[in-house]
Design a protein around this ligand. Structure first.
Ligand SMILES: [Zn+2]
Length: 65
């Protein structure tokens, strides 16, 4: 089962969710509690450590290897 990438339309947070068959996507919330979630159709593991990766805790500054 793949993990699905989502992006919050309200705050732009990117996150991934593991969705099963019976999982209702309508109860998804972003890490900041918003409900306007958009499925992100990107290739896995690509585009993820790019420039537009917003995280609220700015601890992880740049984990580029
Ligand atoms: Zn949000």
């Amino acid at each position: 089962m793949p993990d699905y990438s989502f992006v919050c339309e309200e705050c732009g947070a990117h996150f991934t969710k593991h969705l099963g068959f019976n999982q209702n996507r309508s109860n998804l919330v972003c890490p900041n509690g918003h409900h306007h979630i958009q499925r992100e159709y990107t290739a896995p593991q690509v585009n993820f450590k790019g420039s537009g990766f917003y995280v609220t805790d700015s601890k992880k500054t740049d984990k580029a290897a």
